[in-house]
Unconditional design. Sequence first.
Length: 43
Amino acid sequence: MVIEGLTNGVIIGAATLQKWRLKLDFEKDEVIIDPKVTKLWLL
């Protein structure tokens, strides 16, 4: 999946998706981020 707005392309593997609880919605072309994980990034 290609995410608009990045300076470089990124390939994300299954282990990274699971670790950071990311989900891909191919129908809407969205990356869904678990809200619990974003709270950890803010600390």
